[in-house]
Design a protein around this ligand. Structure first.
Ligand SMILES: *Cc1c(COP(=O)(O)O)cnc(C)c1O
Length: 425
């Protein structure tokens, strides 16, 4: 049968091109296997994965513990819907709320769904608890944000590609500059109708912009002062990626999100996705304390697959791997090596101008215009040299390997990256 034939890369790409919507522009690499920090293409060429499915595969490809939990649960019970209880959901809910330090969780599947959920909870809280008049709530967001692709979310994006010809847009959002505490104060005090502030602790898609050290704590303090919910979108930054369990944990690398450490900025609403499943399965979550989460009553929000037993089993295994394998500590240690080695190279480089990031969420800026194809061409060359990465915007390349990498592997990757860049000097 044709579908069982081993496909060449060219054939696989041609099939997607002909039969799939053209909503992505992938690098021309066709992957058929993954293990830890490596992936292989259909011709058997091995690569280091330096994208990790946009940080979903923090625990490494096909982690045996996560895949094992998934197989076992898939053979037992996969989906009940929330019309009935199942024996995994409550166990997971207890586990995940303790892990991140919240009273309650609302389980969903994808990151964008979780962001939508957070926005709905925030609005409902604003009307029922804060006393804002119906339909007047405003949520503050940041320029160059990335929170997903739904109609509401793209309404407050400023990526023209994501927005154009998808209107009319959802109202109720105020956009301010990122990492600008004065802009936030001005917006928060501009109206009594401000319900929430939605923010990425590090802007990933925008090109890995790390805000000033005190930005998040000051933003949280402003939110608290004005009874506005601080909503952290940690879909990409969360789950050990930036060298701590959450980016809002600041500079603590213990394996729990906790109020005990002074760098921790407790969000009122925390949004997780991606690595919550280690890339095995779509699992997302919204966490909040009772005073907020209890505004949601039966029938007011939900999802057929959200909180299904496979998702629950997979997410618990994925979070256990993060603690058992000290992934936050490893990300922190390797991230420091990565940036310092790249900085050394950049001092003598005319093609790369800057490396920035935190933990193993990093990016380099290429010395060319934003609309040039230099970063793309460098990524093609990196692939040829055995390392997969993708430009975020024009002249920025993000480097986000699985967090299970070891130092020897990282050093090899740094040689591949600097060696490839040298070809473009
Ligand atoms: C990827 C991402 C999302 C959207 O997640 P999907 O699972 O693709 O819907 C939302 N927020 C951030 C910060 C992300 O990186």
């Amino acid at each position: 049968m044709a579908v069982l034939e081993k496909l060449s890369s060219a054939k696989a790409i041609a099939l997607e091109d002909k039969h799939g919507a053209h909503n992505y522009h992938p690098l021309p690499v066709v992957l058929s296997k993954g293990d830890g920090v490596y992936v292989w293409d259909v011709e058997g060429k091995k690569y280091y994965d330096f994208l990790s499915a946009y940080s979903a595969v923090n625990q490494g490809h096909c982690h045996p513990k996560i895949v094992g939990a998934m197989i076992e649960q898939a053979q037992t019970l996969t989906l009940t819907s929330r019309a009935f209880y199942n024996d995994k959901l409550g166990v997971y809910e207890q586990f995940v709320t303790h892990y991140f330090g919240f009273d309650k969780v609302l389980p969903m599947n994808t990151g964008a769904e979780a962001v939508e959920t957070a926005l709905k909870i925030c609005r409902k809280w604003a009307y029922e608890k804060k006393g804002i008049h119906e339909n007047e709530a405003q949520i503050i967001v940041c320029e160059n944000n990335f929170h997903g692709r739904t109609t509401t979310i793209i309404s407050f994006s400023n990526d023209e590609n994501a927005r154009k010809n998808f209107g009319p847009y959802t109202q109720g959002f105020i956009k301010i500059a990122y990492d600008d505490i004065e802009a936030l104060e001005k917006a928060i005090t501009s109206s009594p109708n401000i319900a929430g502030f939605l923010v990425e602790p590090i802007q990933g898609e925008a090109g890995v912009y790390v805000p000033s050290d005190d930005y998040l704590s000051k933003a949280k303090a402003l939110c608290e002062k004005h009874n506005v919910l601080f909503i952290a979108d940690e879909v990409q930054t969360g789950i050990a990626r930036t060298g701590s369990l959450l980016a809002v944990c600041g500079n603590c690398n213990c394996e729990k999100a906790c109020e005990k450490q002074e760098t921790y900025v407790q969000p009122d609403i925390l949004i997780l996705g991606k690595a919550l499943s280690g890339g095995a399965y779509p699992v997302s979550a919204v966490l909040a304390n009772d005073a907020i989460m209890n505004v949601i009553k039966p029938g007011q929000h939900g999802s057929t697959f959200g909180g299904n037993p496979v998702a629950a089993a997979v997410a618990m295994a994925a979070l256990e791997v993060v603690s058992e394998e000290n992934l936050a500590q490893n990300a922190r240690k390797l991230g420091e090596i990565f940036r310092s080695e790249l900085e050394k190279y950049i001092q003598t480089s005319s093609i790369a101008t800057l490396v920035r990031g935190k933990g193993l969420l990093n990016a380099i800026v290429i010395n060319d215009s934003e609309d040039s194809d230099t970063a793309w061409n460098i990524c093609l060359k990196l692939a040829e040299n055995g390392l997969l990465a993708k430009p975020t915007h024009g002249n920025i390349i993000r480097f986000a390997p699985p967090l299970v990498m070891n130092e020897t592997q990282l050093q090899e990757c740094i040689s591949i990256i600097t060696g490839t860049l040298k070809e473009f000097e």
